[in-house]
Design a protein. Structure first.
Length: 593
Protein backbone atom coordinates (compact mmCIF):
# COMPACT_ATOMS: atom_id res chain seq x y z
CA UNK A 1 0.00 0.00 0.00
CA UNK A 2 1.33 3.43 -0.96
CA UNK A 3 2.36 5.74 1.82
CA UNK A 4 0.27 8.86 2.23
CA UNK A 5 1.80 11.90 0.58
CA UNK A 6 2.41 13.51 3.95
CA UNK A 7 4.54 10.53 4.97
CA UNK A 8 7.32 11.67 2.64
CA UNK A 9 10.20 14.06 3.16
CA UNK A 10 12.83 15.26 0.74
CA UNK A 11 16.53 15.76 0.43
CA UNK A 12 18.19 17.68 -2.38
CA UNK A 13 21.28 19.30 -3.83
CA UNK A 14 19.64 22.34 -5.50
CA UNK A 15 19.51 20.58 -8.84
CA UNK A 16 17.19 17.73 -7.98
CA UNK A 17 15.50 16.19 -4.94
CA UNK A 18 14.87 12.69 -3.67
CA UNK A 19 11.53 11.88 -2.02
CA UNK A 20 12.03 9.73 1.09
CA UNK A 21 9.27 7.84 2.92
CA UNK A 22 8.87 7.15 6.62
CA UNK A 23 9.74 3.54 5.78
CA UNK A 24 13.28 4.57 4.77
CA UNK A 25 12.59 4.16 1.06
CA UNK A 26 13.54 6.69 -1.60
CA UNK A 27 10.53 6.25 -3.88
CA UNK A 28 11.07 9.12 -6.32
CA UNK A 29 14.25 10.55 -7.79
CA UNK A 30 14.80 12.24 -11.14
CA UNK A 31 18.55 12.17 -11.74
CA UNK A 32 20.65 14.18 -12.47
CA UNK A 33 18.09 17.04 -12.40
CA UNK A 34 14.41 17.81 -11.85
CA UNK A 35 13.49 17.23 -15.50
CA UNK A 36 15.36 13.94 -15.93
CA UNK A 37 13.55 10.60 -16.19
CA UNK A 38 13.15 9.01 -12.76
CA UNK A 39 15.47 6.18 -11.76
CA UNK A 40 13.34 5.50 -8.67
CA UNK A 41 9.63 5.60 -9.55
CA UNK A 42 7.98 3.46 -6.87
CA UNK A 43 5.93 6.52 -5.88
CA UNK A 44 4.09 6.20 -9.19
CA UNK A 45 4.00 2.41 -9.31
CA UNK A 46 5.43 -0.38 -7.21
CA UNK A 47 8.80 -1.22 -5.69
CA UNK A 48 9.61 -2.98 -8.99
CA UNK A 49 9.64 0.45 -10.65
CA UNK A 50 12.68 1.39 -8.60
CA UNK A 51 13.46 2.41 -5.05
CA UNK A 52 16.23 2.46 -2.45
CA UNK A 53 15.21 1.33 1.01
CA UNK A 54 17.19 1.10 4.23
CA UNK A 55 15.13 -0.05 7.22
CA UNK A 56 15.07 -2.47 10.15
CA UNK A 57 14.22 -6.07 9.29
CA UNK A 58 11.61 -6.13 12.06
CA UNK A 59 8.64 -3.79 11.85
CA UNK A 60 9.53 -0.67 13.87
CA UNK A 61 7.48 0.04 17.00
CA UNK A 62 7.89 3.75 16.39
CA UNK A 63 9.27 5.97 13.64
CA UNK A 64 10.04 9.67 14.05
CA UNK A 65 11.72 12.17 11.74
CA UNK A 66 13.23 15.60 11.79
CA UNK A 67 15.50 17.86 9.78
CA UNK A 68 18.70 19.00 11.36
CA UNK A 69 18.01 22.58 12.37
CA UNK A 70 17.93 24.86 9.33
CA UNK A 71 19.14 22.24 6.86
CA UNK A 72 17.88 19.70 4.34
CA UNK A 73 19.57 16.84 6.20
CA UNK A 74 16.82 14.37 7.06
CA UNK A 75 17.03 12.16 10.15
CA UNK A 76 14.71 9.18 10.59
CA UNK A 77 14.74 7.30 13.89
CA UNK A 78 13.50 3.70 13.91
CA UNK A 79 12.75 2.07 17.27
CA UNK A 80 12.41 -1.70 17.41
CA UNK A 81 12.06 -4.33 20.14
CA UNK A 82 15.84 -4.69 20.29
CA UNK A 83 17.07 -1.11 19.92
CA UNK A 84 17.00 2.10 17.91
CA UNK A 85 18.84 3.37 14.85
CA UNK A 86 19.12 6.75 13.17
CA UNK A 87 19.05 6.97 9.37
CA UNK A 88 20.63 10.20 8.16
CA UNK A 89 20.00 11.15 4.52
CA UNK A 90 21.41 14.09 2.58
CA UNK A 91 22.72 15.24 -0.79
CA UNK A 92 25.85 17.43 -0.90
CA UNK A 93 25.09 20.71 -2.67
CA UNK A 94 26.05 20.71 -6.31
CA UNK A 95 26.30 23.15 -9.17
CA UNK A 96 26.89 26.86 -8.84
CA UNK A 97 25.13 30.17 -8.96
CA UNK A 98 26.22 33.55 -10.22
CA UNK A 99 28.27 34.55 -7.17
CA UNK A 100 29.94 31.26 -6.26
CA UNK A 101 33.00 29.47 -7.66
CA UNK A 102 32.56 26.15 -9.42
CA UNK A 103 32.73 23.40 -6.77
CA UNK A 104 35.35 20.71 -7.34
CA UNK A 105 32.81 17.86 -7.51
CA UNK A 106 30.53 17.67 -10.54
CA UNK A 107 28.84 14.41 -9.58
CA UNK A 108 25.59 14.12 -7.65
CA UNK A 109 25.55 11.97 -4.52
CA UNK A 110 23.07 10.60 -2.01
CA UNK A 111 24.69 9.77 1.31
CA UNK A 112 22.84 7.53 3.76
CA UNK A 113 24.33 6.83 7.19
CA UNK A 114 22.77 4.33 9.60
CA UNK A 115 23.86 4.72 13.23
CA UNK A 116 22.88 2.53 16.16
CA UNK A 117 21.83 4.74 19.07
CA UNK A 118 20.54 2.01 21.37
CA UNK A 119 20.81 -1.79 21.56
CA UNK A 120 21.27 -4.06 18.55
CA UNK A 121 19.19 -3.75 15.38
CA UNK A 122 19.16 -6.02 12.35
CA UNK A 123 18.96 -3.90 9.18
CA UNK A 124 18.33 -4.49 5.51
CA UNK A 125 19.17 -2.48 2.41
CA UNK A 126 17.60 -2.87 -1.04
CA UNK A 127 18.76 -0.80 -4.00
CA UNK A 128 16.70 -1.44 -7.11
CA UNK A 129 17.32 1.22 -9.79
CA UNK A 130 15.02 1.28 -12.80
CA UNK A 131 15.80 3.95 -15.37
CA UNK A 132 13.38 5.73 -17.72
CA UNK A 133 10.60 6.21 -15.17
CA UNK A 134 10.70 2.72 -13.80
CA UNK A 135 10.87 0.52 -16.89
CA UNK A 136 14.58 0.45 -17.82
CA UNK A 137 16.26 -2.56 -16.19
CA UNK A 138 20.00 -1.83 -16.03
CA UNK A 139 23.13 -3.92 -16.37
CA UNK A 140 24.75 -4.31 -12.96
CA UNK A 141 27.99 -5.57 -11.49
CA UNK A 142 31.06 -4.77 -9.40
CA UNK A 143 33.83 -2.56 -10.78
CA UNK A 144 36.53 -0.33 -9.27
CA UNK A 145 35.39 -1.07 -5.74
CA UNK A 146 31.77 -0.09 -6.38
CA UNK A 147 28.55 -1.73 -7.43
CA UNK A 148 27.29 -0.11 -10.61
CA UNK A 149 24.06 -0.05 -12.58
CA UNK A 150 23.91 1.41 -16.06
CA UNK A 151 21.45 1.82 -18.93
CA UNK A 152 21.30 4.44 -21.65
CA UNK A 153 23.39 7.50 -20.73
CA UNK A 154 23.16 6.98 -16.97
CA UNK A 155 25.24 5.03 -14.51
CA UNK A 156 24.92 4.74 -10.74
CA UNK A 157 27.74 3.76 -8.40
CA UNK A 158 27.11 2.39 -4.92
CA UNK A 159 29.94 2.32 -2.41
CA UNK A 160 29.23 0.69 0.94
CA UNK A 161 31.23 -0.53 3.92
CA UNK A 162 29.06 -3.66 4.01
CA UNK A 163 29.16 -6.75 1.78
CA UNK A 164 26.55 -6.63 -0.98
CA UNK A 165 24.44 -9.43 -2.39
CA UNK A 166 23.68 -9.05 -6.09
CA UNK A 167 20.60 -10.55 -7.72
CA UNK A 168 17.94 -9.56 -10.24
CA UNK A 169 19.87 -6.42 -11.24
CA UNK A 170 19.62 -5.08 -7.70
CA UNK A 171 21.88 -4.82 -4.66
CA UNK A 172 21.01 -6.04 -1.16
CA UNK A 173 22.67 -6.02 2.23
CA UNK A 174 21.75 -7.43 5.64
CA UNK A 175 23.71 -6.36 8.70
CA UNK A 176 23.33 -5.96 12.44
CA UNK A 177 24.29 -2.70 14.11
CA UNK A 178 25.45 -2.66 17.72
CA UNK A 179 25.23 0.46 19.84
CA UNK A 180 27.62 3.14 18.60
CA UNK A 181 28.27 1.49 15.24
CA UNK A 182 27.52 3.16 11.91
CA UNK A 183 27.29 2.04 8.31
CA UNK A 184 27.53 4.36 5.32
CA UNK A 185 26.14 4.01 1.79
CA UNK A 186 27.02 6.46 -0.98
CA UNK A 187 25.13 6.39 -4.28
CA UNK A 188 26.56 8.54 -7.07
CA UNK A 189 25.09 9.46 -10.43
CA UNK A 190 27.39 9.64 -13.41
CA UNK A 191 27.34 9.70 -17.18
CA UNK A 192 28.58 6.58 -18.95
CA UNK A 193 30.96 8.77 -20.97
CA UNK A 194 32.70 10.04 -17.82
CA UNK A 195 35.25 8.34 -15.64
CA UNK A 196 34.09 6.78 -12.39
CA UNK A 197 33.84 9.35 -9.57
CA UNK A 198 36.39 9.37 -6.80
CA UNK A 199 35.37 8.23 -3.36
CA UNK A 200 33.73 11.11 -1.50
CA UNK A 201 34.87 12.13 1.99
CA UNK A 202 31.60 11.58 3.86
CA UNK A 203 32.52 13.51 7.01
CA UNK A 204 33.70 16.49 5.00
CA UNK A 205 30.60 16.36 2.78
CA UNK A 206 28.35 16.28 5.84
CA UNK A 207 30.07 19.25 7.48
CA UNK A 208 30.11 21.23 4.24
CA UNK A 209 26.44 20.54 3.52
CA UNK A 210 25.29 21.35 7.05
CA UNK A 211 27.37 24.53 7.06
CA UNK A 212 26.05 25.69 3.68
CA UNK A 213 22.41 25.29 4.71
CA UNK A 214 22.99 26.89 8.11
CA UNK A 215 24.72 29.86 6.44
CA UNK A 216 21.85 30.27 3.98
CA UNK A 217 19.25 30.07 6.75
CA UNK A 218 20.96 32.85 8.72
CA UNK A 219 20.31 35.31 5.89
CA UNK A 220 16.60 35.30 6.70
CA UNK A 221 15.34 38.57 8.16
CA UNK A 222 12.14 37.05 9.58
CA UNK A 223 12.01 37.26 13.38
CA UNK A 224 8.31 36.62 13.97
CA UNK A 225 6.64 33.98 16.14
CA UNK A 226 6.29 31.42 13.32
CA UNK A 227 9.99 31.27 12.52
CA UNK A 228 10.24 27.48 12.31
CA UNK A 229 7.48 27.23 9.70
CA UNK A 230 8.80 30.18 7.71
CA UNK A 231 12.40 28.92 7.68
CA UNK A 232 11.30 25.44 6.61
CA UNK A 233 9.26 26.99 3.79
CA UNK A 234 12.22 29.11 2.69
CA UNK A 235 14.50 26.07 2.65
CA UNK A 236 11.91 24.14 0.66
CA UNK A 237 11.72 26.92 -1.94
CA UNK A 238 15.51 26.95 -2.15
CA UNK A 239 15.49 23.17 -2.64
CA UNK A 240 13.10 23.60 -5.58
CA UNK A 241 15.51 26.02 -7.28
CA UNK A 242 17.69 24.72 -10.10
CA UNK A 243 20.87 26.32 -8.91
CA UNK A 244 22.67 26.17 -12.26
CA UNK A 245 20.14 28.42 -14.04
CA UNK A 246 18.00 30.10 -11.37
CA UNK A 247 14.78 28.46 -12.57
CA UNK A 248 12.32 27.43 -9.85
CA UNK A 249 10.12 24.36 -10.25
CA UNK A 250 6.55 24.32 -8.97
CA UNK A 251 7.01 20.92 -7.32
CA UNK A 252 9.40 17.99 -7.37
CA UNK A 253 6.92 15.38 -8.57
CA UNK A 254 4.55 14.50 -11.37
CA UNK A 255 1.04 13.04 -11.34
CA UNK A 256 0.32 13.02 -7.62
CA UNK A 257 -3.47 13.38 -7.94
CA UNK A 258 -5.50 16.43 -6.97
CA UNK A 259 -8.39 14.02 -6.38
CA UNK A 260 -7.84 10.27 -6.14
CA UNK A 261 -8.92 8.49 -9.31
CA UNK A 262 -10.26 11.62 -11.04
CA UNK A 263 -7.75 11.91 -13.95
CA UNK A 264 -6.41 15.17 -12.47
CA UNK A 265 -2.72 14.27 -12.39
CA UNK A 266 -0.20 16.76 -13.78
CA UNK A 267 3.55 17.16 -14.13
CA UNK A 268 4.76 20.08 -12.00
CA UNK A 269 8.54 19.73 -12.54
CA UNK A 270 8.63 22.92 -14.60
CA UNK A 271 9.16 26.60 -14.01
CA UNK A 272 5.92 28.59 -14.09
CA UNK A 273 6.49 32.31 -14.50
CA UNK A 274 3.76 32.90 -11.90
CA UNK A 275 5.21 30.58 -9.28
CA UNK A 276 8.74 31.76 -9.90
CA UNK A 277 7.75 35.42 -9.62
CA UNK A 278 5.84 34.81 -6.41
CA UNK A 279 8.73 32.76 -5.00
CA UNK A 280 11.16 35.59 -5.68
CA UNK A 281 8.90 38.15 -4.03
CA UNK A 282 8.71 35.95 -0.91
CA UNK A 283 12.47 35.40 -0.84
CA UNK A 284 13.21 39.09 -1.33
CA UNK A 285 10.81 39.98 1.50
CA UNK A 286 12.87 37.71 3.76
CA UNK A 287 16.26 39.12 2.79
CA UNK A 288 17.33 36.85 -0.09
CA UNK A 289 18.50 38.65 -3.24
CA UNK A 290 21.01 36.34 -4.93
CA UNK A 291 18.19 34.02 -6.02
CA UNK A 292 16.40 37.03 -7.52
CA UNK A 293 19.42 37.91 -9.64
CA UNK A 294 19.69 34.36 -10.94
CA UNK A 295 15.95 34.05 -11.64
CA UNK A 296 15.99 37.35 -13.53
CA UNK A 297 18.73 35.99 -15.80
CA UNK A 298 16.79 32.74 -16.23
CA UNK A 299 13.72 34.79 -17.16
CA UNK A 300 15.62 36.71 -19.85
CA UNK A 301 16.95 33.53 -21.43
CA UNK A 302 13.59 31.80 -21.28
CA UNK A 303 11.36 34.52 -22.72
CA UNK A 304 13.78 35.83 -25.32
CA UNK A 305 13.37 39.26 -26.86
CA UNK A 306 9.88 38.81 -28.33
CA UNK A 307 7.14 39.04 -25.65
CA UNK A 308 4.56 37.78 -28.15
CA UNK A 309 6.18 34.35 -27.80
CA UNK A 310 6.13 34.34 -23.99
CA UNK A 311 4.86 31.10 -22.46
CA UNK A 312 3.41 30.61 -19.00
CA UNK A 313 6.08 28.04 -18.10
CA UNK A 314 9.44 26.71 -19.25
CA UNK A 315 11.88 23.96 -18.43
CA UNK A 316 14.58 24.44 -15.82
CA UNK A 317 17.04 25.68 -18.47
CA UNK A 318 14.44 27.77 -20.28
CA UNK A 319 13.26 24.90 -22.51
CA UNK A 320 10.15 25.80 -24.50
CA UNK A 321 8.91 22.42 -25.67
CA UNK A 322 7.14 20.56 -22.86
CA UNK A 323 5.04 17.97 -24.75
CA UNK A 324 2.65 16.00 -22.58
CA UNK A 325 2.47 12.21 -22.79
CA UNK A 326 1.54 9.27 -20.58
CA UNK A 327 3.55 6.41 -19.05
CA UNK A 328 1.25 3.37 -19.36
CA UNK A 329 3.61 0.98 -17.57
CA UNK A 330 3.08 2.82 -14.26
CA UNK A 331 -0.17 2.20 -12.36
CA UNK A 332 -0.17 5.63 -10.68
CA UNK A 333 -0.08 6.79 -7.10
CA UNK A 334 -2.89 4.96 -5.23
CA UNK A 335 -3.95 3.60 -8.66
CA UNK A 336 -4.74 7.12 -9.89
CA UNK A 337 -4.10 7.14 -13.61
CA UNK A 338 -2.68 8.40 -15.83
CA UNK A 339 0.95 9.17 -15.02
CA UNK A 340 1.90 12.13 -17.16
CA UNK A 341 5.21 13.64 -18.25
CA UNK A 342 5.26 17.12 -19.74
CA UNK A 343 2.46 19.66 -19.43
CA UNK A 344 0.17 20.78 -22.24
CA UNK A 345 -0.85 23.80 -20.17
CA UNK A 346 2.40 25.33 -21.39
CA UNK A 347 0.50 26.18 -24.58
CA UNK A 348 -2.22 28.15 -22.78
CA UNK A 349 -2.46 31.93 -22.94
CA UNK A 350 -2.77 33.25 -19.39
CA UNK A 351 -3.03 36.99 -19.06
CA UNK A 352 -2.13 37.10 -15.38
CA UNK A 353 1.52 36.11 -15.88
CA UNK A 354 2.28 39.54 -17.35
CA UNK A 355 1.30 41.14 -14.08
CA UNK A 356 3.15 38.67 -11.88
CA UNK A 357 6.36 39.06 -13.90
CA UNK A 358 6.09 42.86 -13.91
CA UNK A 359 5.50 42.86 -10.16
CA UNK A 360 8.50 40.59 -9.56
CA UNK A 361 10.80 42.74 -11.71
CA UNK A 362 9.57 45.83 -9.86
CA UNK A 363 10.35 44.16 -6.50
CA UNK A 364 13.76 43.01 -7.72
CA UNK A 365 14.69 46.55 -8.74
CA UNK A 366 13.37 47.92 -5.44
CA UNK A 367 15.62 45.44 -3.62
CA UNK A 368 18.63 47.26 -5.08
CA UNK A 369 19.43 44.73 -7.80
CA UNK A 370 20.63 46.47 -10.92
CA UNK A 371 18.82 45.82 -14.17
CA UNK A 372 20.48 45.55 -17.54
CA UNK A 373 19.41 47.39 -20.72
CA UNK A 374 17.79 44.13 -21.85
CA UNK A 375 15.76 43.85 -18.64
CA UNK A 376 14.55 47.42 -19.07
CA UNK A 377 13.65 46.67 -22.67
CA UNK A 378 11.77 43.54 -21.56
CA UNK A 379 9.75 45.46 -18.98
CA UNK A 380 8.55 47.98 -21.55
CA UNK A 381 7.88 45.39 -24.25
CA UNK A 382 5.79 43.28 -21.87
CA UNK A 383 3.66 46.32 -21.03
CA UNK A 384 3.27 47.20 -24.68
CA UNK A 385 2.23 43.63 -25.43
CA UNK A 386 -0.37 43.92 -22.67
CA UNK A 387 -1.90 46.96 -24.34
CA UNK A 388 -2.58 44.73 -27.36
CA UNK A 389 -4.06 41.68 -25.61
CA UNK A 390 -5.61 42.68 -22.29
CA UNK A 391 -9.13 42.79 -23.74
CA UNK A 392 -8.97 39.21 -25.01
CA UNK A 393 -10.28 36.16 -23.10
CA UNK A 394 -7.67 33.75 -21.75
CA UNK A 395 -7.17 30.66 -19.62
CA UNK A 396 -7.13 31.19 -15.89
CA UNK A 397 -4.74 30.71 -13.01
CA UNK A 398 -6.13 27.19 -12.37
CA UNK A 399 -5.36 26.07 -15.94
CA UNK A 400 -8.68 24.40 -16.64
CA UNK A 401 -8.45 23.08 -20.16
CA UNK A 402 -10.62 24.38 -23.01
CA UNK A 403 -11.97 27.00 -20.61
CA UNK A 404 -11.32 30.60 -21.69
CA UNK A 405 -13.17 33.61 -20.27
CA UNK A 406 -12.56 37.19 -19.24
CA UNK A 407 -11.38 36.08 -15.80
CA UNK A 408 -11.48 38.81 -13.20
CA UNK A 409 -8.17 37.86 -11.60
CA UNK A 410 -6.48 37.80 -15.01
CA UNK A 411 -7.72 41.32 -15.78
CA UNK A 412 -6.61 42.53 -12.35
CA UNK A 413 -3.13 41.19 -13.05
CA UNK A 414 -3.13 42.94 -16.42
CA UNK A 415 -3.71 46.11 -14.41
CA UNK A 416 -0.82 45.11 -12.12
CA UNK A 417 1.44 44.72 -15.16
CA UNK A 418 0.58 48.22 -16.38
CA UNK A 419 0.64 49.76 -12.90
CA UNK A 420 4.09 48.41 -12.02
CA UNK A 421 5.49 49.58 -15.33
CA UNK A 422 4.07 53.08 -14.81
CA UNK A 423 5.55 53.14 -11.30
CA UNK A 424 8.89 51.93 -12.65
CA UNK A 425 8.96 54.78 -15.19
CA UNK A 426 8.07 57.24 -12.46
CA UNK A 427 10.25 55.94 -9.64
CA UNK A 428 12.88 53.51 -10.99
CA UNK A 429 14.29 55.37 -13.99
CA UNK A 430 12.64 53.15 -16.59
CA UNK A 431 12.22 54.91 -19.93
CA UNK A 432 8.80 54.43 -21.50
CA UNK A 433 5.53 56.04 -22.69
CA UNK A 434 4.10 56.73 -19.24
CA UNK A 435 1.03 58.65 -20.41
CA UNK A 436 -0.04 55.90 -22.82
CA UNK A 437 0.48 53.15 -20.26
CA UNK A 438 -1.27 55.09 -17.49
CA UNK A 439 -4.27 55.56 -19.77
CA UNK A 440 -4.51 51.81 -20.46
CA UNK A 441 -3.99 51.11 -16.76
CA UNK A 442 -6.96 53.30 -15.88
CA UNK A 443 -9.08 51.67 -18.59
CA UNK A 444 -8.41 48.20 -17.22
CA UNK A 445 -9.19 49.30 -13.67
CA UNK A 446 -12.49 50.85 -14.70
CA UNK A 447 -13.54 47.80 -16.73
CA UNK A 448 -12.75 45.35 -13.92
CA UNK A 449 -14.74 47.43 -11.43
CA UNK A 450 -17.68 47.56 -13.83
CA UNK A 451 -17.72 44.06 -15.37
CA UNK A 452 -15.90 41.95 -12.78
CA UNK A 453 -17.97 43.14 -9.83
CA UNK A 454 -21.54 42.08 -9.03
CA UNK A 455 -23.18 44.91 -7.09
CA UNK A 456 -26.19 42.79 -6.14
CA UNK A 457 -24.07 40.43 -4.06
CA UNK A 458 -21.32 42.99 -3.33
CA UNK A 459 -18.55 40.73 -4.61
CA UNK A 460 -16.10 40.35 -7.43
CA UNK A 461 -16.91 37.28 -9.54
CA UNK A 462 -14.87 34.56 -11.22
CA UNK A 463 -15.20 36.06 -14.70
CA UNK A 464 -17.25 38.77 -16.38
CA UNK A 465 -20.91 37.85 -16.12
CA UNK A 466 -20.38 34.87 -13.81
CA UNK A 467 -22.57 34.24 -10.79
CA UNK A 468 -19.80 32.48 -8.89
CA UNK A 469 -16.77 33.69 -6.96
CA UNK A 470 -13.18 32.46 -7.21
CA UNK A 471 -10.59 32.30 -4.43
CA UNK A 472 -8.13 34.11 -6.69
CA UNK A 473 -10.27 37.22 -6.05
CA UNK A 474 -8.62 37.30 -2.61
CA UNK A 475 -5.46 38.45 -4.39
CA UNK A 476 -7.15 41.64 -5.64
CA UNK A 477 -6.27 43.68 -2.53
CA UNK A 478 -3.01 41.79 -1.95
CA UNK A 479 -1.70 43.18 -5.26
CA UNK A 480 -3.03 46.66 -4.45
CA UNK A 481 -5.87 46.90 -6.96
CA UNK A 482 -8.19 48.27 -4.25
CA UNK A 483 -7.54 49.23 -0.61
CA UNK A 484 -8.24 46.75 2.16
CA UNK A 485 -11.11 48.74 3.63
CA UNK A 486 -12.99 49.06 0.33
CA UNK A 487 -16.53 47.65 0.80
CA UNK A 488 -16.14 45.67 -2.42
CA UNK A 489 -13.11 43.87 -0.98
CA UNK A 490 -14.83 43.14 2.32
CA UNK A 491 -17.86 41.83 0.44
CA UNK A 492 -15.69 39.57 -1.71
CA UNK A 493 -13.94 38.10 1.33
CA UNK A 494 -17.32 37.42 2.91
CA UNK A 495 -18.64 35.68 -0.21
CA UNK A 496 -15.50 33.57 -0.60
CA UNK A 497 -15.97 32.41 2.98
CA UNK A 498 -19.63 31.62 2.41
CA UNK A 499 -19.36 29.77 -0.90
CA UNK A 500 -15.90 28.21 -0.99
CA UNK A 501 -15.24 27.19 2.60
CA UNK A 502 -15.29 23.43 3.20
CA UNK A 503 -14.64 22.19 6.73
CA UNK A 504 -12.70 25.35 7.53
CA UNK A 505 -10.51 25.42 4.39
CA UNK A 506 -10.99 27.01 0.95
CA UNK A 507 -11.64 25.44 -2.40
CA UNK A 508 -10.40 27.33 -5.45
CA UNK A 509 -13.83 27.72 -7.05
CA UNK A 510 -17.29 26.20 -6.85
CA UNK A 511 -17.68 22.78 -8.48
CA UNK A 512 -21.39 22.35 -7.80
CA UNK A 513 -22.54 23.13 -11.35
CA UNK A 514 -19.94 20.85 -12.94
CA UNK A 515 -20.72 18.07 -10.44
CA UNK A 516 -16.99 17.45 -10.05
CA UNK A 517 -14.85 16.88 -7.01
CA UNK A 518 -12.17 19.16 -5.73
CA UNK A 519 -9.97 19.24 -2.67
CA UNK A 520 -9.17 22.33 -0.62
CA UNK A 521 -6.32 24.31 -2.13
CA UNK A 522 -3.88 25.24 0.62
CA UNK A 523 -2.52 28.43 -0.94
CA UNK A 524 -6.06 29.87 -1.10
CA UNK A 525 -6.54 29.35 2.64
CA UNK A 526 -3.24 31.12 3.34
CA UNK A 527 -4.45 34.02 1.14
CA UNK A 528 -7.52 34.21 3.35
CA UNK A 529 -5.26 34.42 6.42
CA UNK A 530 -3.58 37.46 4.87
CA UNK A 531 -6.96 38.99 4.06
CA UNK A 532 -8.15 38.45 7.62
CA UNK A 533 -4.97 39.96 9.06
CA UNK A 534 -5.04 43.07 6.90
CA UNK A 535 -8.77 43.76 7.41
CA UNK A 536 -8.54 43.69 11.19
CA UNK A 537 -9.82 40.15 11.79
CA UNK A 538 -6.85 39.13 13.90
CA UNK A 539 -8.54 36.31 15.78
CA UNK A 540 -9.79 34.70 12.55
CA UNK A 541 -6.37 35.10 10.94
CA UNK A 542 -4.49 33.40 13.77
CA UNK A 543 -7.07 30.63 14.09
CA UNK A 544 -6.94 29.75 10.38
CA UNK A 545 -3.16 30.04 10.26
CA UNK A 546 -2.89 27.67 13.22
CA UNK A 547 -5.19 25.20 11.47
CA UNK A 548 -3.07 25.35 8.31
CA UNK A 549 0.20 24.85 10.18
CA UNK A 550 -1.22 21.60 11.54
CA UNK A 551 -1.47 20.40 7.93
CA UNK A 552 2.31 20.51 7.56
CA UNK A 553 3.69 17.03 7.81
CA UNK A 554 6.05 16.03 10.59
CA UNK A 555 9.01 17.69 8.86
CA UNK A 556 7.20 20.90 7.88
CA UNK A 557 6.29 20.19 4.25
CA UNK A 558 3.04 21.02 2.47
CA UNK A 559 1.35 19.47 -0.52
CA UNK A 560 -0.82 21.32 -3.01
CA UNK A 561 -4.23 20.37 -1.63
CA UNK A 562 -5.96 18.73 1.32
CA UNK A 563 -8.98 16.44 1.37
CA UNK A 564 -10.85 17.36 4.55
CA UNK A 565 -13.11 14.31 4.39
CA UNK A 566 -10.33 11.74 3.96
CA UNK A 567 -8.00 13.92 6.07
CA UNK A 568 -5.01 13.51 3.79
CA UNK A 569 -2.78 15.63 1.61
CA UNK A 570 -3.18 15.49 -2.16
CA UNK A 571 -1.50 16.96 -5.20
CA UNK A 572 2.15 17.33 -6.09
CA UNK A 573 4.61 17.53 -3.23
CA UNK A 574 6.12 19.59 -1.83
CA UNK A 575 4.25 22.44 -3.51
CA UNK A 576 6.08 25.76 -3.89
CA UNK A 577 2.87 27.81 -4.03
CA UNK A 578 1.70 26.48 -0.64
CA UNK A 579 5.01 27.43 0.99
CA UNK A 580 5.03 30.85 -0.71
CA UNK A 581 1.57 31.56 0.66
CA UNK A 582 2.60 30.40 4.15
CA UNK A 583 5.51 32.86 4.16
CA UNK A 584 3.32 35.74 2.99
CA UNK A 585 0.62 34.96 5.56
CA UNK A 586 3.18 34.88 8.37
CA UNK A 587 4.57 38.21 7.21
CA UNK A 588 1.08 39.74 7.12
CA UNK A 589 0.41 38.55 10.66
CA UNK A 590 3.70 40.03 11.84
CA UNK A 591 3.15 43.37 10.09
CA UNK A 592 -0.38 43.77 11.48
CA UNK A 593 0.35 42.67 15.04
Amino acid sequence: MALKIEEYGLIGDCQTVAVVGTDGSIDWLCWPDFSSPACFAALMGTAENGRWQIAPVAEPKKTTRQYRDGTLILETRFETETGAVLLTDFMPLRGRNSKEPEPPRKYSDIIRIVTSVEGNVEMQMELLPRFDYGRGIPWTGMAEGAWSAYAGPSILYLRADQPLELRNEAAYANFTLHQGEAVTFVLTYGNVEDTAPQVIDVKHAMAETEGAWAHWKEKSTYKGPWKDAVVRSLITLKALTYRASGGIVAAATTSLPEVLGADRNWDYRFCWLRDGALTLESLISMGYTLEAEDWQRWLMRSIGSDPEQMQIMYGIRGDRHLPEFELPWLNGYADSLPVRVGNAASEQAQLDVYGEVADALFCIKNAGIEDSPDIRRLRISLAQRLTEIWQKPSSNIWEQRNYEHHFTYSKVMAWVGMNRTVLAIRDQGLDGPIDQLRKVCDEIHAEVCERGFDAEVNSFVQYYGADTVDASCLLIPIFGFLPWDDPRILGTIERVEKELMRDGLLMRFSTEKEKTQDSCFLACSFWLVECYARTGRRHDAEALFGRLLKLQNDVGLLAEEYDTKAQRALGNFPQALSHIALINAARALEETA
